[in-house]
Design a binder for this molecule. Structure first.
Ligand SMILES: NC(=O)c1ccc[n+]([C@@H]2O[C@H](COP(=O)([O-])OP(=O)(O)OC[C@H]3O[C@@H](n4cnc5c(N)ncnc54)[C@H](O)[C@@H]3O)[C@@H](O)[C@H]2O)c1
Ligand SMILES: O=C(O)C[C@H](O)C(=O)O
Length: 307
């Protein structure tokens, strides 16, 4: 499998590193607009090959999309990250132009590519990538829910005082500070509902901490996070490479599912060699449905800024 990662910054490099360490792809091409930057990151990563024991070939290119030709998967991380105090939505003015151009360049050289959009505001950028490329809806996937769910599990494990590997939980809805819908009622510790262990108040604290997970890290780091985002993308790319058909909440273009249409928003998806193999419609409570609808209103308001 050949994977292109556009944007060799914090998230793009982390993503390339995890893909290499997991050793399922033959080739990763990093692309950046900054002269020599992607080439430098690729060389640094390749010098880890003998240390970390991987065979993936990583190369870099400065804005040269001919090097990306024939990619099976392309990850778009190019664009600016937020600073403390900002929302993701405030990035749209700069990132929309970047994501549009990058998407168009990618499909010129890789018409069969599956695109994973990471740049923020992610749901709107995934919607934009659909519009810019005209790719079928299974082949443009937004990454947000995989990360938000990992953060949900981190917070649940903290509250339950157990390992994160003992916890199952999912976050759907928009990838924004207010739009995420952590499905706390369905979260479980090894099949036992977390409500058996945690008070209502503690569960609400977990939900709120999850929703502002990205903002909390941005405040601590001065820029947004990269390790867990890179790891989350690499798991999605791996599911495509291995056709594993794992479920991730992904930003998918909806056409009636969950009563929503003409937007990309986080819903559970089965991921395999065709990208989104299936959108899974889980039974939601009335309260969860209401939150998802409200989240969709927020995403559509951001999409409207594209016009
Ligand atoms: N969806 C998510 O869960 C998630 C998680 C983390 C970060 N993000 C988003 O990912 C994006 C990248 O974050 P980061 O921390 O890696 O930022 P960064 O500044 O470290 O890296 C971004 C890179 O993009 C490059 N770039 C800019 N314009 C380009 C273009 N036209 N073509 C190619 N490369 C270009 C820059 O030179 C830079 O190296 C941000 O928008 C951030 O908000 C999303
Ligand atoms: O918080 C951000 O702005 C970056 C990203 O969307 C994240 O959730 O880490």
């Amino acid at each position: 499998m050949k994977v292109t990662v556009v944007g060799a910054g914090a998230v793009g490099a982390s993503c390339a590193e995890y893909i290499a360490i997991k050793d399922f792809a033959a080739e990763v091409v990093l692309v950046d607009i900054k002269e020599g930057f992607a080439e430098g990151k690729a060389m640094d990563l390749m010098q880890c090959a003998s240390l970390n024991g991987f065979d993936t070939q990583i190369s870099g290119a400065t804005n040269d999309y001919s090097k990306t030709a024939g990619s099976d998967v392309a990850v778009i991380t190019s664009g600016i990250p937020r600073k403390p105090g900002m929302t993701r939505e405030e990035l749209i003015g700069i990132n929309a132009g970047i994501v549009k151009t990058v998407s168009e360049n990618l499909i010129k050289y890789s018409p069969e590519v599956i695109i994973i959009v990471v740049s923020n505001p992610m749901d709107t950028m995934a919607y934009l990538a659909h519009k810019a490329t005209g790719l079928p809806k299974n082949r443009v996937i937004g990454m947000g829910g995989a990360l938000d769910s990992a953060r949900f599990k981190f917070r649940l494990a903290e509250a339950l005082e157990c390992p994160a590997s003992d916890v199952d939980g999912m976050v759907i809805g928009g990838h924004s500070d207010t739009g995420m819908v952590p499905l706390i009622g369905k979260a479980a510790r090894n099949s036992v509902k977390v409500s058996e262990f945690l008070s209502e108040e503690r569960m609400q604290e977990v939900v709120e901490a999850t929703k502002v997970g990205g903002a909390t890290l941005t405040k601590l780091l001065g820029t947004s996070a990269w390790y867990a985002p890179g790891a989350a993308v690499s798991e999605m790319v791996k599911a495509i490479a291995l056709d594993s058909k794992k479920i991730f909440p992904c930003s998918a273009l909806l056409d009636g599912e969950y009563g929503l249409s003409d937007l990309s928003i986080g819903v559970p998806c089965i991921i395999g060699k065709n990208g989104i193999e299936q959108i899974v419609e889980v039974e939601l409570t009335d309260a969860e449905k209401e939150k998802l609808q409200a989240s969709a209103v927020g995403v559509k308001a951001t999409n409207a800024l594209l016009d």
